[in-house]
Design a protein around this ligand. Sequence first.
Ligand code: NAG
Ligand code: NAG
Ligand code: NAG
Length: 596
Amino acid sequence: MLSGFFHRQRWMLLPSSRSGSSRPLIAFLVIAPVLVYLFFVFAVPQILRFRFRTDLGWYDLGWYGFGPSKNYVSFGYESPRPEILEWDPECDPSFVFLAPRGDSIAYPGPMILDAQGELVWMKHNWEITQDFKVQQYQGQNYLIYWEGDEIEGRGQGSWYMLDDSYTQRFQITPVGNFDGDLHEFQITKDDTALVTIYDILPADLTPVGGPALGWIYDGLFQEIDIATGELIFEWRASDHVPLNSTFKTFVGNGNDREAAFDYFHINSVDKDHEGNYIVSARHTHSITCIHRDTGAIIWTLGGKLNDFTLNSPETSFSWQHDARWHGNNTLTLFDNAASSNIDPTAVSRGMTIELDIPGRTATLRAAYYHPQVMEAVSQGSMQILPNGNVFIGWGHSAAFTEFRPNGTLLCNVHFGASAWFTFGRVVSYRTLKGSWVGHPRTVPDAEVEGRHVYVSWNGATEVVMWRLEVWDGKDLREMTFEPRGVFEKTGFETEIEIPDDVHDEYFRLVALDWEGNELGISGVIQRESSGSDPYATGRLVLVICGLLLCGCLLAGLYCAIRRRLSRRAGYRAMKDDEDGPPDANDRQEYHRLLPR
Ligand SMILES: *[C@@H]1O[C@H](CO)[C@@H](O)[C@H](O)[C@H]1NC(C)=O
Ligand SMILES: *[C@@H]1O[C@H](CO)[C@@H](O)[C@H](O)[C@H]1NC(C)=O
Ligand SMILES: *[C@@H]1O[C@H](CO)[C@@H](O)[C@H](O)[C@H]1NC(C)=O
């Protein structure tokens, strides 16, 4: 119906083509400015976010994608394929803990990588995972993280603790009618949990230019006894920190409960050596020391309520994350320096600040910069490692870097293309290092492909070698196996070429530690007997169908062309006849012969 209509339209336009030639020009003159406008409004800001540098390699330019990934034969998930840009043997050899997420991450969740960037363990969480790390509880190491939904930068979820067999031992929820927030989960030396909460409250927003009857996100933290779930301490920012100390501009949000004004934005909680709390609030650019019993503010560093004299302008920070207290009145934090891409000159860094608390002076001891001048508009972490090195996770920018205490760069790894970091397609809220020994309760995964067997064991940190064992051919019910070789584990997944002298049907792989102890045994697998490719028949059928289809298409095309040529010849023959003009039927034929 429609195609017939267009057919006729085209036919009617054809004879008057001379008068219609100005129409495309008019259309162009109308559409071109619109396109130019749309290009500048929508495309140019995106293009400007592309951070080109002449020192970028293919990986950083995005040749392999925004977040290059690796897949496995024996394991059903993908993991990031990091790019090691700088490497030094002085770097801490322990594992990296991160929770990659973003549009370019197929399987977000908590993840452990080894110092070479190889996957050690990952768990695919459907919900968002943040703040993944290893912490001690009652003398044992636990993997801990937050999981839940994210709504406008705050979380609605719980905190989880897995033991060394990756079994969930604790799920912690806030005390009271609150959702657990994604920004902090820290276990103290007293085996308590420090956690954050965003609570929506009615508030007078006139100090920030908002409505008198508005709404805020209040920043809370709780200290919870992990064993009993009992509340030990709770603190609420709005009781102590005035609204006008925020740096967040009021842009309409705050008028209703669903879009409350996030004036404080609590994002880390730590304890000092006296048991007072150290709280970082991104939107007030402040680190606040809170009395462990009364909740009163002892001092504030940074922001509008700053109590300290700074030794230099470089000692000030903004939009920061992950404030940690160390001995000797030393504070470390991740200074984002920006909360959006509006200011392209802002540079994120890690900072070590020494505080003279009685004298109220703050001295910048060290700052740690990424060699590519990073601007992490959100998230980020800074950790002092046991060897004194400094480890920075660049948050919104998919990178982590290790420095000497004096700021010399040692190791630098990207797990996304850095030219596109401003798009945040791959991020990890925090990236931390730690030691971890995992004994999964699963069995190793093995898969055969041709003459190769692929074996992996998610989370098994102690495997050093794989032993190939073949069935001795005796009892199929009570199978016994004979060893046929030991192969070094070469990464998350080890590819083993089945030796030529192995002709047996069934075999399995045994995981061994460095002393040769058996840690686990894969299920029995069967080698693909040569010549009987299970897909071969299917492939042959597909090829034959394809060939038949091609043949039919060619034959059809040939027939169509032939018919058309013979008609054209017939029409010419008719025109050569001087008998008179073609009748209506002939004209119809003529229309159809016009080029389309
Ligand atoms: C905030 O408001 C109080 C009074 O309500 C005022 O004393 C104080 O100076 C204000 N602070 C800032 C940073 O504007
Ligand atoms: C504090 O400083 C002293 C002397 O500089 C040093 O020996 C000690 O290890 C430091 N303590 C901490 C916890 O950093
Ligand atoms: C940092 O320390 C290393 C060795 O400890 C030294 O080689 C390097 O020169 C130092 N760098 C700076 C900037 O002081």
